[in-house]
Design a protein around this ligand. Structure first.
Ligand code: SAM
Length: 437
């Protein structure tokens, strides 16, 4: 049962007929939807992968998102681990559309600095990376350290080198005055859009929670506002339905911080296929200065201790500036660790885009690997860190691919292989024999 105050609030906002329709939908089954990584796979190929489970495209993200007619065991799909797609709630994919609108309005496709402030586990971050030109930079931040680790993993899976993952409180962004061209604040909220999926969200809801969340959102928005350039864009979103956290906060931004509301949209379960969402596009007052033109997209090698990374050359100075204010936990693509005179490949390199591997051929000549295509059964063994043998494969490090997608590295010692998959990324689920056939 839903809280009475929640039901009354819905009736007030929507009128009785629509409110009852939304409430009926909230008691039904949640939708399942996925979003393809366009750098790794086409949407058609991913639909083929899901076969008869594949359903319709998401109306507001038709090139990248589609529904599934059931919930497969995603954990046991090596393509998910390889970053070929992301399981994302459909209505929240609207952020991609608002982001495209913001970029078009800036009349500047390249060299953008984009912030995703409340980013874990990485649904919006990976979508923003898909929509971002390779010559732009995305800073994905998550204040909760354990969640930031998951975010960094999901960013690595997406394979793009033009991302920095940070784990800072929003207040740490205030010294970065005017730094960002677009910021997404997908704020922590009272989670009414989680009611169909998560009983705890219902149990934790109260009018007081709504008030506390709305106040916290204003604090977060006030902090990030200073880091936005004049004339830049904010996408503010929540997965909740009430006006205090949604429309009233958008109005507060415009009135108190100085912005113009260009669009706001609610997604309602029962009316739009998804769990429900709110998103607003706001332009910060002031004249936008296109900034200094950046050099064409190109990677450079950065070394931090023994870690060798590939990072966009045009943003090296920006990275130093970010490191002064923020806790940076990952930047660019982790390529290798120096061990004496050897370079040991980093796990994230396995999932890096082809463009990163191409660039490394010039930047680190001689640092190259053969790859071995493996079956689903072998891929699941690799992901479980179970022993694998490749008697005919080359000695030393090589890359394992599944359906052509890089999954991870192993070191072949002849009679056995050592896995380079970090223990923390191991699948912990028991795999039944029918799962691998
Ligand atoms: N954008 C994410 C995605 O698409 O996968 C979902 C973000 S979730 C709605 C909100 C996030 O805000 C959570 O990861 C939460 O840990 C974080 N958060 C919680 N308190 C916060 C605070 N005071 N400031 C900033 N972020 C906070």
């Amino acid at each position: 049962m839903f809280p009475v105050d929640f039901i009354n609030g819905l009736h007030e906002t929507l009128g009785s007929e629509r409110a009852e329709r939304v409430l009926a939908a909230l008691s039904g089954e949640p939708e399942v939807s996925v979003r393809v990584n366009p750098f790794k796979l086409s949407a058609e190929a991913l639909q083929e992968h899901f076969g008869s489970l594949s359903g319709e495209s998401v109306a507001w993200a038709p090139e990248e998102g589609f529904y599934l007619k059931g919930r497969p065991s995603f954990t046991l799909d090596p393509l998910l681990h390889a970053g070929a797609y992301y399981v994302q709630e459909a209505s929240s994919m609207y952020v991609g559309r608002l982001f495209d609108r913001a970029v078009a309005a800036l009349e500047r496709m390249s060299g953008l600095r984009v912030l995703d402030l409340c980013a874990a586990p990485g649904g919006k971050t990976t979508q923003l990376l898909s929509h971002l030109d390779a010559s732009s930079l995305l800073v994905a931040n998550e204040v909760v350290p354990q969640r930031a680790t998951v975010l960094a993993e999901n960013v690595a899976r997406w394979g793009c080198p033009n991302a920095v993952v940070t784990s800072s409180d929003p207040s740490a962004f205030t010294p970065l005055r005017g730094f960002f061209d677009v910021a997404v604040v997908d704020a922590p909220c009272s989670g009414e859009g989680m009611f169909r999926k998560d009983e705890r969200a219902v149990a934790e809801w109260s009018p007081d929670t709504v008030r506390l969340c709305a106040a916290r959102q204003r604090r977060i928005l006030g902090d990030v506002w200073l880091a936005l350039a004049p004339g830049s864009y904010l996408i503010y979103s929540t997965c909740t339905f009430n006006r205090q956290e949604d429309e009233e906060n958008a109005a507060w931004i415009c009135a108190e911080l100085g912005g113009e509301l260009l669009e706001q949209r609610h997604f309602w379960p029962g009316e739009d296929r998804g769990e429900g969402f709110y998103a607003a596009l706001i332009r910060k007052d002031g004249a936008y200065a296109a900034g200094t033109p950046v050099a064409p997209a190109g990677l450079t090698i950065l070394e931090k201790g023994s870690l060798v990374k590939a990072f966009p050359a045009a943003f090296v100075r920006d990275l130093a500036r970010l490191e002064k204010s923020l806790k940076v936990i990952a930047s660019g693509t982790a390529v290798a660790t120096r061990k004496g005179r050897d370079l040991v490949p980093e796990p994230d390199l396995a999932m890096a885009l082809g463009s990163v591997h191409d660039a490394l051929a010039g930047l680190l000549p001689g640092f190259a690997f053969e790859s071995v295509e493996i079956s689903r059964e072998e891929a699941l063994k690799f992901l479980s860190r179970d022993p694998l043998f490749f008697p005919d494969a080359p000695r030393g490090f090589f890359l394992l691919t599944y359906q052509g997608q890089g999954l991870g590295f192993v070191k072949n010692l002849g009679n056995r292989t050592n896995s380079l998959l970090p223990p923390g990324r191991r699948i912990r689920q028991q795999i039944a024999i029918q799962d691998v056939i």
